[in-house]
Design a protein around this ligand. Structure first.
Ligand SMILES: Nc1ncnc2c1ncn2[C@@H]1O[C@H](COP(=O)(O)OP(=O)(O)OP(=O)(O)O)[C@@H](O)[C@H]1O
Ligand SMILES: [Mg+2]
Length: 601
């Protein structure tokens, strides 16, 4: 073996860069996070050739003093923490003091900054040579910082080869900008690629402005079909927007989760969200959400991954429970409800007069037919009624508005049945269409679940108790969670150090593979501290029962029967979707019908 020698600073940094700088998007992420840490309220991003030729990011943050410039570019130098205690409750996005040194070792990096309020004279630095010594010279710059990264990986050809096409690299980079723009509503962002403006997001303060930003980033369709949630507990707050189950995705690509302003991907979070959507999402579909969790920084360990994508929660069970219960509640409340009074803004957005939020009309805001967010299509209930009244004056024989009084229930009154499949009903804003089988199925299912919750789960002893070989850890868990099993109608005894004995099972699970279920529950308990598998499985069985017990297509319903179904839908949790996550009803407002017939053009 050769003799031991010290690596040059540049080489050491290049090795460290292997973890931090994977592609242009990761450079942008690091530099943007520095701007946010510096308290910038305005950030301008200029990209050329997907970021491999140029990434220039300019902010109006606190800036760096000329004495600090060499340190900013050195490894293990940071202004953000000084001690282990600081690290344990770090609030800034950066803390390692590695990013700029790493980026500087694999690109041509120029750092220009000015930390003085008055005067426009700053200083500019670039790193050179094996020792990464810093060259300083005066440069004009208003207060704030500009980082210019040219020719990424010019001196590490092996890494450069891994770069994809310009378009792919830019897409990754744009995704980084979107995430950070969602993480700080107060900060204005602009993004240009090869001179073309891709995003220009003004700082967003009010809820309406925030919703506009979310719509600009996640698409207007998401915002139209999202419910706003805000659950503030003593120790943590969860807020943001979750899409209705009818707006699900084939991929998990519209899922943004922020912990104390930091973008993270986390298995525990994903599991809690999935569990909350369990009963309302079509199989294999993924929910869409933009969620913010705020809690004491000391409760989160951010130092678990070099890219800082992952965090560890000190009390992961509480976090799981908070996410699950908040979303579960919000989704259960999705049912037909009276439309909120909405006003149209000059931009054509419907804003709730009382809250300043973009009208979502919980329950009336989904389905392809309604577009409360779309320009000039905002349903304006007040005006619809006026229109009906004025039709009444022009055509005295037309049904007058009086027949759908303003206090009509949200789904109105049935007027007809179509082909034995759909119920047509009229409410204050227009036409309601209901898929009667889908709706009835959900109502029956929710009733079966409610009956189970009231009467408890009936269980039956097994003729021959079933033994299962498990690990010692699993035996401990089974002992600790005995009440959980019992509550679900399962009696699981400890038969030895590494074996369990299933003695009683719920009647509904008679024909299921109970051993496999118990195994899955135990592994959930190891991983997430909770499990809903048994309920999920029982629910599936109830759901099948509900499906068979519901009105089939082609059954003629009388008016009172149809109206009773509509009233049941209004009163039933989750009635917006059938058991398989399909919508149960939709609506066409008078405006939309008028548009269809080119009325008033
Ligand atoms: N845009 C900026 N505005 C003001 N100061 C900055 C800016 N960018 C970097 N700095 C200063 O340079 C230092 C080094 O930045 P660098 O990103 O390398 O490390 P860090 O942010 O402290 O930690 P991390 O490696 O986790 O990002 C920062 O601690 C900060 O003091
Ligand atoms: Mg940093």
């Amino acid at each position: 073996m050769a003799i031991i020698h010290r690596l040059s600073p540049r080489l050491a940094n290049q090795i460290a860069a292997g973890e931090v700088v994977e592609r242009p998007a990761s450079v942008a992420k690091e530099v943007l996070e520095n701007s946010l840490d510096a308290g910038a309220t305005r950030i301008d991003i200029d990209i050329e050739a997907g970021g491999s030729r140029l990434i220039r990011i300019r902010d109006n943050g606190v800036g760096i003093g000329s004495d600090d410039m060499p340190l900013a570019l050195a490894r293990h130098a940071t202004s953000k923490i000084a001690s282990l205690e600081d690290l344990e409750r770090v609030g800034s996005l950066g803390f390692r003091g590695e990013a700029l040194a790493s980026i500087g070792s694999v690109s041509r990096l120029t750092l220009t900054s000015n930390n003085r309020e008055e005067g426009s004279e700053g200083c500019s630095a670039l790193t050179e040579g094996r020792e990464m010594d810093v060259q300083l010279r005066p440069a004009p710059h208003p207060r704030g910082t500009t980082v210019e990264v040219r020719d990424l990986f010019f001196n590490t050809p092996a890494r450069r080869k891994f770069l994809r096409t310009e378009k792919t690299e830019f897409n990754h980079l744009e995704e980084v900008v979107k995430r950070l723009a969602l993480s700080r509503f107060g900060v204005g962002f602009s993004l240009r690629h090869n001179g073309r403006v891709i995003h220009n997001l003004k700082g967003a303060e009010t809820t309406a402005e925030q919703q506009r930003r979310v719509a600009a980033i996640c698409g207007p369709a998401f915002m139209e079909q999202a419910i706003h949630i805000d659950s503030d507990r003593s120790d943590m707050r969860l807020w943001g927007w979750v899409a209705l189950p009818t707006f699900s995705r084939s991929q998990a690509d519209l899922q943004y989760f922020f912990v104390n302003g930091r973008v993270i991907r986390d298995k525990l979070v994903a599991h809690a969200v999935k569990q909350a959507y369990r009963d309302v999402l079509y199989h294999g579909r993924h929910p869409a959400f933009v969620l913010y969790l705020e809690l004491d920084p000391a409760q989160v360990d951010v130092n678990v991954h070099p890219g800082k994508h992952e965090v560890r929660f000190r009390d992961s069970r509480a976090v799981h429970q908070c996410i699950f219960s908040t979303l579960h509640r919000a989704l259960a409340d999705v049912r037909p409800a009276p439309a909120a009074e909405a006003l149209a803004t000059p931009e054509g957005l419907a804003i709730n007069a009382a809250t300043g939020e973009i009208a979502r009309q919980p329950g009336l805001g989904w389905g392809a037919a309604t577009a409360p967010y779309g320009p000039a299509q905002a349903p304006i209930p007040g005006r619809a009624l006026e229109q009906v009244q004025s039709y009444g004056r022009v055509h005295p024989s037309m049904p007058a508005a009086a027949e759908t009084p303003e206090d009509a229930p949200p789904l109105g009154y049935a007027i007809a049945q179509l082909k034995g499949i759909y119920i047509l009903a009229e409410n204050t804003s227009g036409l309601i269409l209901v898929d009667m089988h889908a709706a009835h199925e959900r109502i029956t299912y929710e009733r079966l679940k409610a009956a189970r919750d009231v009467d408890g789960i009936r269980s039956q002893p097994l003729l021959v108790p079933q033994a299962m070989a498990v690990s010692q850890r699993e035996v401990t868990l089974a002992r600790e969670h005995e009440h959980l099993f019992r509550g679900l109608g399962l009696t699981v005894d400890i038969a030895g150090e590494e074996s369990l004995l299933i003695r009683e099972i719920p009647v509904t699970l008679r024909d299921s593979d109970v051993e496999a279920l118990v195994r899955d529950v135990l592994s959930d308990l190891v991983e997430y501290g909770s499990s809903d598998r048994i309920e999920a499985h029982m629910d599936e069985i109830l759901s099948t029962m509900a499906c068979h017990g519901s009105v089939r297509a082609n059954r003629r319903l009388s008016s009172p029967e149809m109206n009773a179904l509509l009233r049941d839908m209004e009163a039933t949790e989750r009635s917006g979707q059938c058991n398989h996550g399909r919508p149960t009803w939709t609506q066409m407002s008078l405006e939309e019908l008028d548009k269809l017939f080119l009325r008033g053009r």
